[in-house]
Write a protein that binds this ligand. Structure first.
Ligand SMILES: C[S@@+](CC[C@H](N)C(=O)[O-])C[C@H]1O[C@@H](n2cnc3c(N)ncnc32)[C@H](O)[C@@H]1O
Length: 271
């Protein structure tokens, strides 16, 4: 059998590890190479919790997507999607309703190269290689406009992606543009590493700082809550991922917060 990943374009350098493929490996995915697995194993050996963080975040994604479909939302805009393999948004949403439409957005061209192959036979999906901070560009992409109807509710997802963006880059400004582009009844789901001053040295930020090249933004609970500006948080509000509408017993607690908000009025906050 011909390995479809043998067709990857030259942008995919198989001699260098790639963050998104390391993450895919941590999730148990198949879209990674020896060089990624070697790095992932080093990271896991140094801090075994990192795998639990990825898995807990993925489980949160599944719960949020199911809740969104249950709430009547059939369209998703996934900002900072990573490689769309291993039980990703369209698989979960379309397993409930095959008409669900999912636009994935990621700035990493390697994600795009893998994702195009993965999604080649997946109807009602699109993948754009774009910077989520340039919301006007994302919303104007033909693939996004052709797939999503902004007259109907959309669930915007930013799962473990906003900590890659520093405050001076104005993530709130971008979120405001997405918020203003979607109608009342739309949803916003975010997850973000927690900063817990009482457990300094033992939180997700330290994990990432030890193992990843990017320096993640540190945001406490109040700061994270402000990212939901213009949305009303649904029960149980912002919590550790393990406490957000758990659907099974014994879910491991990881230092990551998450929440789901609904746009309940057209009133914006002046941005
Ligand atoms: C840790 S992965 C999270 C993947 C997925 N959202 C999940 O929850 O499993 C973060 C992803 O965000 C992407 N990312 C970081 N900054 C971005 C930006 N400014 N625009 C678009 N994507 C970005 C990275 O390329 C990476 O694939």
């Amino acid at each position: 059998m011909v390995d479809p990943e043998a067709q990857l374009p030259p942008i995919v350098d198989l001699t260098r590890p790639n963050d998104a493929r390391v993450y895919d490996y941590l999730l148990g995915g198949a879209h990674n190479f020896a060089v990624d697995r070697d790095l992932a194993k080093q990271v896991v050996a140094a801090m075994p919790e990192v795998k639990q963080v990825a898995l807990a975040n993925r489980a949160f994604m599944h719960r949020v997507v199911r809740e969104s479909v249950r709430a009547g939302v059939r369209q998703f805009l996934d900002l900072g999607s990573g490689i769309p393999g291993v039980g990703n948004v369209h698989e979960i949403a379309q397993s409930i309703d095959p008409t669900c439409r999912v636009a994935y957005v990621d700035s990493d061209p390697v994600v795009h190269a893998h994702g195009e192959l993965i999604l080649a036979d997946s109807p009602n999906t699109a993948l754009v290689n774009a910077d989520l901070l340039d919301a006007a560009d994302v919303l104007d992409r033909r693939e996004v406009r052709d797939l999503l109807d902004f007259g109907q509710p959309v669930a915007v997802l930013g799962l473990l992606s906003l900590h890659f963006i520093q405050d001076h880059e104005d993530p709130d400004g971008a979120l405001a543009v997405y918020r203003d582009a979607i109608p009342v009844g739309s949803l916003l789901a975010l997850s973000h590493p927690a900063v817990d001053p009482a457990h300094e040295g033992n939180d997700a930020i330290d994990l990432f700082e030890q193992g990843y090249m990017v320096r993640p933004a540190r945001r406490d609970l109040d700061r994270f809550r402000r990212m939901f500006d213009g949305f009303e948080l649904l029960e149980p509000g912002i919590t550790r991922l393990s406490q957000w509408r758990p659907d099974r017993e014994g879910v491991e607690d990881v230092p990551v917060n998450g929440g789901l908000g609904i746009k309940s009025s057209t009133t914006t906050t002046g941005r």
